[in-house]
Write a protein that binds this ligand. Sequence first.
Ligand SMILES: *[C@@H]1O[C@H](CO)[C@@H](O)[C@H](O)[C@H]1NC(C)=O
Ligand SMILES: *[C@@H]1O[C@H](CO)[C@@H](O)[C@H](O)[C@H]1NC(C)=O
Length: 468
Amino acid sequence: MNTILLTVAALLLVTGEGTADRILSRRTKRELASPLHLRGIRDPYGSYCQRRGGCCPGRDDMCTVPYLDTICYCDLFCNRTVSDCCPDFWGHCLGVQPPFIGTCERNGNKFLTGQTYKENCNLCTCGSTGRWECEQHSCLMEADMIQAVNRGNYGWRAANYSQFYGMTLDEGIRYRLGTQRPSRTILNMNEIQSEQLPLYFNSVEKWPGKIHEPLDQGNCAASWAFSTAAVASDRISIQSMGHMTPQLSPQNLISCDTRNQGGCAGGRIDGAWWYLRRRGVVTEDCYPYRPPQQTPAEVARCMMQSRSVGRGKRQATQRCPNTHNYHNDIYQSTPPYRLSSNEKEIMKEIMDNGPVQAIMEVHEDFFVYKSGIYKHTDVSFTKPPHYRKHGTHSVRIIGWGEERRVDGTIQKYWIAANSWGKNWGENGYFRIARGENECEIEAFVIGVWGRITMEDMHNHHHHHRKRK
Ligand SMILES: *[C@@H]1O[C@H](CO)[C@@H](O)[C@H](O)[C@H]1NC(C)=O
Ligand SMILES: *[C@@H]1O[C@H](CO)[C@@H](O)[C@H](O)[C@H]1NC(C)=O
């Protein structure tokens, strides 16, 4: 008798304590867990309780099935909080319509709670109430911004670019620009006497075959490397009188000039110029650009080194990282010089020595620029602040001109090359208001000399001829 009593008591104790403990800890977990169906039931027609082979009466914390990256329950208790039932609990266990299943409509089609579609840069989810709930990012290509620019009298036209469609404004600023304001001072040149300057000037016409076409940086915030390589390429071609017309490799800078530089996450032009002067880079043919396939972009490891061969000259120590047999000649520059922000000085420099590099602030409406003379507009001023953003970019100014506006006044402009491909803007170029420091484009302008000797000219010329 005693033994039996004891056993029963012990059993009670064990089960009592054990169950209480288990339920307590489980319950806490179940109630604290974030509701599974907060954003609507996902996979509403999947079979879970059915596959499990049935439902459990009352509360049974073991009555679970794997569901997405977590578990769901098929016990009656789950219905109490309705937070953790499997999607088919109601239909399969109770034989009723599941709650929280809304149907949303779009283009005449029905969608269920939890289903999504992408509207430009925003993900829309069918909510449990049957309404679409969309993210509220500001997109890089906003239809109403394009319309507003084209309806207004801004002096330029906007377009919708498929390569930018679906990106947010933040992504555009983060991945399509990529120049930091220079930290170190780049020495000012002596003031230049301004003389008679023409009303129109375009480097492409003065130096045919020596001005390089705009490239496309893709989703890599490395305008610091693109603008530097482009200006250096043009300057070397002009200075060598066409004996060498290298298109210098931005990838060489992105992958190898990594000290205090961010690769595809932005960089400094003073660092890029330092590298061009001290290490030098090869051509784009030799070290081709590989636009990153994912964002944020990974920077590939450096595939090109150089060593000194005396008199400040350098030579590549590796072959070109590609399967063709291109020449791995190293091109270098002299130290860059900063021009004053004087419009005339910048013009004189371009006319005498070739394209210059300029830093500018890119605002939200610049991405949709298609043609005309760009000026930052007020079309986003009535929108919430997150529709108005800007970031720092660098470009190459190659010339200037002026145009009579509809109201009869004259609008002066710069001709500049961007690095967003040739289908952006005016064949990859844009025109922007001149003489008013539009988007700060006249605030920080750089010129540079290549490092070229007569001997170089002869050698390169020779190479060039041999290749043909
Ligand atoms: C399950 O929950 C719904 C909604 O709260 C309620 O109407 C229904 O009576 C519950 N069913 C059971 C069996 O508890
Ligand atoms: C912009 O282009 C995308 C595809 O590239 C298209 O889906 C979208 O409808 C276009 N938007 C406007 C306003 O034209």
